[in-house]
Design a protein around this ligand. Structure first.
Ligand code: SF4
Ligand code: SF4
Length: 475
């Protein structure tokens, strides 16, 4: 009989997690009794539709031409075609009928030898799995492969689903990515910052005279709109200008909004992208908190929060409100005549579509229409835009796991932006903002990085809000 006793699962850091119990014992793999011990990948964690989609891959290699990570690290092992093939081999080698017979203690050696001789059951060793895991996590989940795949394979959801099966089996995420996930669990943010520091930016910005008003607390004002600021815009001093400018814009326009303050928790996007099964628990807590507020709309300036809350949360529990990105909300206000611009912003800029806002959610036009409405602003387009926008490499764990690759990816995007002749590069995501800044620094580019909210604040308020907020120093 197959040994199926419960064991503690060692984590990628080598420390057993007593909270996690693996129902499959380690196995000595199929053909080679001397092969290193490996754990079974828990395929019951996989959506069957997704497994069928893996079989639909024709190995055409179109994804190879477009993957922005492969563009910088030309290892065929990281492209979708190879990852699909390798994962199917692991599954076949561990879970196929013949693999099960080879593992079974009730089958005798003669029959096993015959099977080994006649059939080519893939050999799955610990090294095989670890190499696959490394390749699986060298992906920014940008979704470009999904757009170009002629077989229409839902690659991003597949990568995330396989990552969940991998983590549930005691592999992954990579050691460099583990702190992000642990931090969300320990501090409700991925940046290893204390919970009580979440609203520190407000006191500092108010003291510096950068905030028109302290943002209203949602619990006190019972507003129709919740402004969900997200962890990066409040903890990262380099991108706090996004939180500051958004609040100033909302105050100026008299928007009926409120923020959660210290009660705001990470949307857990990091957990989902890394494949951590606890994502559902955190998502459920957040959904219940949001639903209890009686809000009509949740607005966020972060493309990662937006995609997670709008597209991924409903799989966990229903949302009783609409979800808008700030650019969609501002565009709505423009259409209603609430938002218009009196001040000129004399600058030429080019716009970078964040993967999680553009490709993932189809929001391409709203930010461009806002930028085009700003007097004096000249919008120039890069070669790769809309669903073909080139990823900056900041997402999916690549920045934490493969910083050199992320830097090269950002550098490539910056070169594209420079080729337009623009003075500035604009995006609509704190994560992209930080990721692209890596590229600007790497090649000492003269491009000025901005968020759409910075330019809106400048055109609306006529103040030097952008530069002032940008200069806000760390405490
Ligand atoms: S483009 Fe799609 S079908 Fe072609 S190799 Fe890549 S994943 Fe497979
Ligand atoms: S999601 Fe993006 S980074 Fe990942 S394999 Fe597809 S194209 Fe490459």
């Amino acid at each position: 009989m197959e040994d199926n006793k419960s064991v503690n699962v060692p984590t990628e850091t080598g420390v057993p997690d007593p909270g996690k119990v693996e129902s499959h014992a380690p196995i000595i793999c199929a053909q080679n009794q001397l092969a290193a011990e490996t754990r079974l990948i828990r395929i019951e964690k996989l959506d069957m539709v997704r497994i069928l989609q893996l079989e639909a891959c024709t190995r055409c290699g179109e994804c190879l031409n477009w993957c922005p990570v492969y563009d910088q690290d030309q290892r065929e092992d990281i492209i979708p075609r190879t990852k699909v093939r390798d994962f199917l081999r692991i599954i076949k080698g561990q879970h196929g009928l013949l693999a099960r017979i080879l593992r079974s203690s009730s089958a005798g050696e003669p029959i096993k030898n015959l099977i080994r001789k006649l059939f080519r059951v893939p050999l799955v060793t610990e090294e095989t799995v670890k190499a696959f895991v490394n390749n699986l996590y060298e992906c920014s989940t940008c979704g470009q492969c999904q757009v170009v795949c002629p077989a229409n394979i839902d690659t991003v959801n597949i990568w995330e689903n396989i990552r969940e099966a991998i983590v549930s089996s005691g592999y992954g995420p990579l050691p460099q990515q583990v702190p992000l996930v642990k931090s969300v669990k320990a501090y409700d943010n991925p940046w290893q910052q204390p919970r009580q520091a979440r609203t520190k930016w407000i006191r500092r910005a108010k003291k510096e005279g950068l905030l028109k008003e302290v943002p209203k607390e949602v619990k006190k004002s019972n507003p129709r709109i919740l402004l969900f600021l997200g962890c990066t815009a409040v903890y990262d001093v380099n991108v706090r200008q996004i939180a500051i400018n958004t609040v100033n814009i909302f105050e100026e326009l008299g928007v009926d909004y409120g923020c959660l303050g210290d009660a705001e928790k990470c949307c857990a996007s990091v957990m989902l992208r890394m494949g951590d099964p606890e994502f559902e628990r955190v998502a459920k807590q957040n959904i219940e908190q949001f639903n209890s507020l009686g809000i009509e709309t949740l607005v966020t300036s972060c493309a990662g929060c937006y995609k997670t809350i709008k597209e991924d949360y409903p799989r966990v529990k229903g949302l009783e409100f609409e979800v808008l990105h700030t650019v969609e909300f501002l565009k709505r206000l423009m259409d209603r005549g609430v938002l218009s611009f009196q001040n000129r912003v004399e600058r030429s800029v080019t716009y970078h579509d964040p993967c999680h806002l553009g490709r993932a959610a189809g929001v391409f036009d709203a930010p461009r229409e806002i930028l085009k409405a700003i007097p004096g602003l000249n919008l120039l387009e890069m070669e790769r835009i809309y669903e073909y926008s080139r990823c900056c490499g900041a997402g999916g764990g690549v920045k934490a796991g493969f910083p050199d690759i992320q830097s090269k990816m950002a550098e490539r995007r910056i070169r594209e932006a420079e080729a337009t002749g623009a003075q500035g590069l604009v995006s609509a995501c704190p994560f992209c903002f930080a990721g692209l800044q890596v590229g600007i620094k790497a090649i000492n580019s003269p491009l000025v990085m901005s968020d759409v909210t910075s330019l809106v604040a400048k055109a609306l308020l006529g103040t030097n809000a952008e530069e002032a907020a940008h200069n806000l120093k760390a405490e």
